[in-house]
Ligand binder design. Structure first.
Ligand code: A2P
Length: 317
């Protein structure tokens, strides 16, 4: 398994298990199946509301001798309602308690925007904090603190565009070591990838399969990534599945990738994508796929009822 390397030499297995939308009642088993299949990188977040059960899965795997804590690379994310300086450490401690761990390998600021502390999903203007109330720099300094205390070995961000990353440069000190964003052949993020590479920021691709379980009325007309004809053609050529092609695409670009699955067969299938090598012709075809689409569009945090706009989130707005 390919690994990405942090500046201090620590390594991150490039393929991890995603847990967004992994249902309680399913995710405990999924974690154990994934570790049995060879996964050592687990991607979690407070807001996925399943960290306790993820922790139970990790505990089962450790107690049964499958792995030790040191073998695992565990990521979690600070939710938007805990961005004030004094909230960051307690939020991380709560995640650690749920996961049953005493440190995280990587802690990320989940989104570059802040909610009031009693709000889980902000809907009304009064649910949000503005940047003047809770500047991103305040949150980032607190993230630097939890790293220096050893509660998180590495720190980074998620859903940050180049402007927001530049703002963190102004704060000084430890800069983000990771930026986790949506990425797949419909959204290759080339500009952001170049920026992160030139600033020694590693990247992780979320929704690498196009989040096919996000189908609500709002998403009815979204293009379908897994059944795209180019993806299918490349899968047939290699005797692989469409999911494996999409995962291998990230691995080839040296970008960590975290497909979510709670299905034993697909967990194993996705892990085996690390054996699939795409060639130059495949990569060219995927570059020319001709569809541009963001599945997680950020509209739920922006608009008339929010002090934030899409340009706070994405470079192309
Ligand atoms: P399931 O958990 O039943 O396997 P993403 O990581 O882009 O958010 O996509 C996750 C969704 O894709 C889940 O609905 C998951 O369902 C499904 N999925 C995971 N692996 C595969 C695969 N190899 N082929 C098809 N669908 C998959």
């Amino acid at each position: 398994m390919k690994k990405l390397e942090f500046q201090n030499g620590d390594k991150l297995p490039i393929l991890g298990l995603g847990t967004w939308k992994s249902e309680p009642g399913e995710v405990r088993k999924a974690i154990v199946w994934a570790i049995e299949a060879g996964y050592r990188h687990l991607d979690c977040a407070k807001i996925y509301q399943n960290e306790k059960e993820v922790g139970e899965g990790i505990a089962i795997a450790i107690e049964s001798g499958l792995v030790t804590r040191k073998d695992l690379f565990v990521t979690s994310k600070l939710w938007n309602n805990a961005h004030k300086a004094e909230q960051v450490r307690p939020a991380l401690e709560s995640t650690l308690k749920d996961l049953g761990l005493d440190y995280l390998d990587l802690y990320l600021v989940h989104w570059p925007l802040a909610f009031k502390s009693d709000v889980t999903f902000a809907k009304e203007p009064e649910d949000f904090h503005t940047y003047s109330e809770v500047p991103l720099g305040e949150t980032w300094r607190a993230m630097q603190e939890v790293k220096s205390e050893g509660l998180a070995k590495h720190i980074g961000v998620s859903n940050f565009n180049q402007n927001k990353l530049n703002e963190l440069k102004e704060v000084g000190g430890q800069q983000p070591e990771m930026n986790q964003v949506e990425m797949h052949p419909f959204l290759p993020q080339s500009g952001l990838v170049d920026y992160c590479k030139s600033h020694q920021i590693l990247m992780t691709a979320y929704s690498p399969l196009g989040s096919p379980d996000s189908r609500s009325d709002k998403h009815e007309n979204d293009p379908k990534l897994l059944s795209n004809p180019i993806v299918k053609e490349i899968a047939t050529k290699h005797g692989a599945t469409e999911g494996q092609v999409l995962i291998a695409w990230s691995i080839t670009r040296d970008i960590a990738v975290i497909p979510k699955s709670t299905n034993k067969g697909r967990i194993k299938e996705n892990f085996e994508a690390s054996q699939l090598e795409l060639d130059a012709e495949d990569l060219q075809k995927l570059r020319d796929i001709g569809i541009s689409h963001r599945f997680v569009d950020g509209s739920f945090f922006t608009g008339d009822n929010s002090p934030y706009t899409l340009s706070d989130l994405w470079d192309d707005h």
